[in-house]
Ligand binder design. Structure first.
Ligand SMILES: Cc1cc2nc3c(=O)[nH]c(=O)nc-3n(C[C@H](O)[C@H](O)[C@H](O)COP(=O)(O)OP(=O)(O)OC[C@H]3O[C@@H](n4cnc5c(N)ncnc54)[C@H](O)[C@@H]3O)c2cc1C
Ligand code: SF4
Length: 431
């Protein structure tokens, strides 16, 4: 049987590994370790915050090793998951179909979304369990004509305790993440090597012959017939560039900014995160307790249960690069203007709860949906294979997305990854 290497086990990687195992002998190379939810009592970071010992978001990895933070050159905080399941383990579980941009360039993912519908448990029926603060916010959004709607969640409703800790890893396993696809792949015989950071793809005579990786202190070479890069929007471009394949300076990240205020017994930190959403052109608004800002931003007062916070998530311009370990990414004037008008709407929402503008504070500008550095074009609609890649080297992650979605991308990345796997099977699978 032919061998396929899949680099990364997040949304795209685990999906491809599951789809290919059986027709290929799949080897998943994953930079991180086995994911574990944050087991630490939150009283510990609370105490560190009070002592002023939490000041650099990058230190989160000492508390929660699967979360990695990187700063862009102008200082935006980028968050991603490094471990089995990739960033899906840190997700709030939102499941949206967002393939308008892909459809516009001729890519039809109907069949793949239908398959995901059968494989991933998704439900929007959580409204009855919202706490009083969330219910009240929903009413204000409605009153203002913001047309809020409950967000579909990838989770098993029966075992969800509404603990609000989705971004810290689900303690009960109620939340679906891509480790479930990884497990299916492993049950069918796929092999997984963790702690294995791929640096480049070896290319000979225009053909990918294997992946070069660091495993502990060793440099290793893994040969394969087909290689699929799914190291995420920040990881795959680095591997491509190290392999002599240039990317485009088109990085998007979906920046997030929270507008918050003190609110007695808000208990937003212990309610389902992002329970509903309002779409407003280039941005969405959603209630969201921002743990990163709470722990690391000194403007956020102690007492997590007494903070009310609204998230703005923006579809930013494709205007950034990742080279080596450096991310250059700034907001364009259009992005800044969109954020400013979103802040005005949030101020209006909080004002309707009789919160004074002087009491409001901002979260830390951060982002967790990187992609777009080797986007698909209409010319690739049939092959899903950007022309500059060797024929047997594929991408299956957010790097392929032609534009920022400004909304949760997991489901769309997985649908795209499924289709990439079908192309690989047709072109290289044993018939
Ligand atoms: C806090 C947070 C909450 C989110 N919530 C949601 C949500 O509710 N819904 C939603 O749709 N999206 C959400 N997202 C975004 C979503 O999780 C990501 O956009 C998505 O997982 C990206 O998929 P991917 O396959 O491109 O990369 P990832 O899922 O990030 O997977 C990349 C994988 O590659 C591995 N890797 C990286 N470099 C290497 C290397 N050199 N060698 C080997 N392996 C490597 C990583 O460890 C990882 O396993 C959230 C993001 C964050 C940060
Ligand atoms: S709210 Fe808690 S139990 Fe429910 S999915 Fe999120 S982390 Fe899991």
């Amino acid at each position: 049987m032919k061998t396929a290497i899949v680099v990364g086990s997040g949304a795209g990687g685990a999906t491809v590994a599951q789809a290919l195992q059986g027709s290929f002998d799949v080897l998943v190379l994953e930079a991180g370790r086995e994911f574990r939810p944050l087991a630490l009592s939150l009283a510990i970071p609370e105490r560190l915050k009070k002592l002023g010992l939490l000041f650099d978001e990058r230190h989160i990895r000492f508390l929660f090793p699967a979360t990695r933070v990187q700063m862009t050159r102008p200082g935006m905080v980028l968050v991603r998951g490094i471990g089995t399941g990739g960033t899906t383990t840190l997700a709030t579980g939102n499941a949206l179909r967002l393939d308008q941009g892909l459809r516009a360039i001729g890519i039809d993912l109907d069949e793949e979304f239908a398959e995901l519908d059968r494989e991933v448990p998704v439900s929007s029926a959580h409204r009855a369990r919202w706490n009083e603060t969330t219910q009240r916010l929903f009413a204000v959004f409605e009153e203002m004509g913001l047309e809020p709607r409950p967000l579909p969640k990838m989770r098993r409703r029966e075992s969800c305790g509404n603990c609000g800790r989705c971004v810290l890893g689900c303690p009960s396993g109620a939340k679906w993440d891509s480790r479930e696809f990884l497990r299916t792949a492993a049950d069918r015989g796929a092999r997984l090597i963790t702690g294995c950071r791929v640096s480049e793809v070896a290319i000979e005579k225009g053909r990918a012959i294997g992946a070069v990786a660091r495993v502990g202190s060793r440099r290793e070479f893994f040969a394969a017939d087909v290689i699929v890069l799914a190291a995420g929007g920040l990881g795959s471009p680095v591997i491509l560039q190290n392999s002599g394949i240039p990317c485009e300076p088109g990085l998007f990240v979906d920046p997030v900014l929270c507008v918050a205020a003190p609110w007695k017994n808000a208990r937003q930190n212990s309610d389902i995160p992002m329970p509903f959403v309002s779409g407003r052109g280039p941005y969405i608004l959603s209630p969201y307790f921002d743990y990163l800002s709470y722990f690391f931003n000194r403007d956020w007062p102690s007492g997590a249960g007494n903070i009310l916070s609204l998230m703005i998530k923006l579809a930013d311009a494709r205007s950034g690069t990742v080279t080596g370990g450096t991310v250059e990414k700034d907001l364009t004037p259009r992005d800044t203007e969109a954020l400013r008008s979103a802040v005005d709407v949030c101020v209006d929402i909080l004002s309707r709860l009789k919160i004074k503008k002087s009491e409001m504070f901002f979260g830390t500008l951060n982002a967790g949906h990187p992609g777009g550095m080797l986007p698909l074009t209409g010319a690739d609609a049939r092959t899903l294979h950007p022309g500059r890649l060797p024929a047997n080297l594929f991408l299956a992650d957010a790097t392929l997305l032609p534009e920022a979605l400004g909304k949760p991308p997991i489901l769309t990345i997985m649908a795209l990854a499924k289709k990439v796997a079908k192309v690989i099977q047709e072109s290289y699978g044993d018939s």
